[in-house]
Ligand binder design. Sequence first.
Ligand code: NAD
Length: 358
Amino acid sequence: MTTFEHTTLPQRVLFGTGRAAQNLAAEVDRLGARAVMVIAGPTEQPIAQTVTERITVALRYDDVAPHVPIAKAEKARAAATEHGIDLLVCIGGGSTTGLAKAIALTTGLPIVAVPTTYAGSEATNVWGLTEDSRKSTGVDDRVLPVTVVYDADLTSSLPADLSVASGLNALAHSIDSMWAPRADPINQALAAEAIRTLNAGLPAVKADPDDIAGREDCLYGAYLSAVAFASAGSGMHHKICHVLGGAYNLPHAQTHAVVLPYVLAFLAPAAPAAEARIAAAFGTAHALDGLNTLRARLDAPTALADHGLTEDNIPEAVALILPFIPDTTPRQVTPGNLEVLLRAAWAGTQPSSEGFLS
Ligand code: NAD
């Protein structure tokens, strides 16, 4: 018998290459906004200028920083209030979307998101804030953008290495959704389609960063991944990355890119149905072969040692991560097998299901 409880988040999606400016103007009109605050980081300003050329902007705001420091969130909230803002438009990567979410969290202002990376934050109701080097996250429907405007042209300026890391971050959302706490047939179907699409788009973008069809695949795959992730919740992979990123200040996308194959190698033998779906999405006999092949084609980051984790950190990291591993994880996680996993990810040894302690 199949039994599940699924919630689909309400959100409008406008997808069209070369159409961001007109789609944004139509949304601002439809929402009846009179005072729009446009949020975009310094490097995202040229994109934001083009995208907003058909709307009237009350406030342009560029004080964006990674992981949304609380002081920056409070400053941005005050600016929104001072200017009588009634609509937030964020144009940029996950950090920019994150600042818009932080404003929406306390003000209830609606957001129209125009993403320029594959992070996927625009399709989730998850917020994150950092205070005293500690990142806290939460779920609140007020931070879910009412509309997402996708335009593959806006991602063309994302360099190939950042595109790869960001795309593998999206892939981590979909693969981890397969065994996350609220995994169900609906979010697994979205995740499988996301894996198939990213597996096609990412090598195309790596080979030619101007390949717009490949960019569209990546953007569509990133959206599906984020919807699956928002619905299924954080699985073992995201818990590991969240703790490592917070405790050792590791870069977000690269940490996901490195850790993912080791979690897949560890969990695949204990989750045969999920493994088979991931393999089918990759078009390979085994899920791990599909992921390893994709990572080789992308020349993906391979070792946490290259991104700031030291070998001495590993025992402490094991102790920090263990309490966060979801009870629903299909394989029992022990200090022993988690240490084997982290040591392999630190050194960048070829990910394999062999060698984990029981
Ligand atoms: P980011 O937003 O920090 O962007 C990385 C860099 O790329 C920045 O310097 C940015 O200015 C630049 N950039 C963005 N788009 C560009 C483009 N088209 N061309 C050239 N440069 C561009 O990084 P990210 O990976 O997009 O997002 C990571 C953040 O998002 C993390 O803080 C993460 O926790 C958060 N996130 C949140 C959720 C959620 O559901 N709340 C989901 C995924 C990620």
